[in-house]
Design a protein around this ligand. Structure first.
Ligand code: HEC
Ligand code: HEC
Ligand code: HEC
Ligand code: HEC
Length: 185
């Protein structure tokens, strides 16, 4: 116990001294929304946005039954489900529980684009710096979506896995797409 307390104190001091290094890495969709309204509104309509709901008892009853899951069980705190049905579960600043981090439920922006705390800075992705260099943001943790990113969840560890064709699924939808206006090379 003392050891745990000691580590907690060390961590708190560490975070105070180097906030950029140790502070929360995931910021949640509400931070992306104002600057990316079209993408956010259309994402909200997708099943991935609502993926946390599937873990609640009484939801997706038939699908759970056919895959030997108990439809009356509450899976919302089951580590075996959260890595794919929440944002950043088990990672620094990511989803912890529905009570502590309700704003990180579901498959949000940062799952596919990387945790925002690193690249949402005035000298990075911001209204003052619309012509940011993409390589600077990638160095700060922005992720360029790829088949590998999707397959971290769309794989056989999921009872509901269906063969995953990246191009086809991309077309099926993550959100609407608008061409970028500014150069970033
Ligand atoms: C203060 C405004 C602002 C906020 C907040 C913001 N963005 Fe951006 N974002 C921009 C601007 C400006 C661009 C460049 C747009 C352009 O070129 O048309 C951009 C571009 C992007 C791109 C394109 C990346 C590329 O390939 O260059 C992605 C993806 C993105 N934002 C995701 C996010 C996510 C995810 C969040 C929340 C974690 C977020 N943004 C929050 C302003 C913002
Ligand atoms: C490795 C990632 C992963 C894990 C772990 C995981 N899921 Fe999923 N789950 C997915 C993906 C991806 C889909 C969508 C599959 C598709 O449509 O291709 C999905 C779909 C579902 C569905 C919807 C099925 C339907 O057809 O309506 C339910 C319900 C579900 N998962 C519940 C759970 C529960 C409960 C757990 C934990 C016991 C869990 N999942 C663990 C990735 C995962
Ligand atoms: C964090 C885990 C995770 C990642 C990463 C992920 N997905 Fe999913 N995806 C899910 C889950 C869970 C579902 C099931 C939702 C449901 O069935 O209701 C799903 C469902 C979908 C669906 C069906 C949605 C619909 O509205 O019909 C599409 C399309 C999809 N994913 C595409 C992608 C693509 C493309 C990527 C990568 C760019 C990706 N996914 C990355 C977890 C993930
Ligand atoms: C399941 C994965 C996934 C999620 C979740 C997701 N995106 Fe994307 N996003 C993509 C893919 C894939 C692209 C297109 C990359 C390409 O062109 O190859 C993209 C492109 C973008 C772009 C570039 C401009 C455009 O419209 O294509 C922006 C901005 C963006 N996303 C913002 C967001 C925001 C904000 C959210 C949350 C509300 C979000 N994304 C959620 C996968 C995702």
């Amino acid at each position: 116990m003392r050891r745990v307390l000691f580590s907690a104190v060390v961590l708190a001091v560490f975070q105070a001294l180097w906030p950029g290094l140790a502070a929360a890495q995931y910021v949640g969709v509400s931070k992306c929304r104002p600057c990316h309204l079209a993408q956010t509104k259309s994402w909200e309509e997708t099943r991935m946005a609502k993926a946390f709901e599937l873990l609640k008892p009484g939801v997706a009853v038939d699908a759970k039954r056919t895959h030997n899951l108990d439809p009356n069980k509450d899976y919302t705190s089951d580590p075996n489900c959260l890595s794919c049905h929440a944002t950043g579960y088990g990672q620094p600043g990511g989803f912890v529980s529905a009570a502590k981090t309700p704003a990180l439920a579901g498959v949000q922006c940062e799952v596919c684009h990387g945790p925002g705390a690193g690249y949402l800075k005035p000298n990075m992705m911001s209204l003052q710096n619309k012509e940011y260099k993409r390589k600077d943001l990638v160095a700060a943790g922005m992720v360029i979506p790829s088949a590998q990113v999707c397959q971290s969840c769309h794989n056989e560890k999921s009872a509901f896995f269906q063969p995953f064709d990246y191009e086809a699924r991309k077309r099926q939808g993550t959100h609407v797409h608008q061409p970028l206006k500014y150069p970033h090379e």
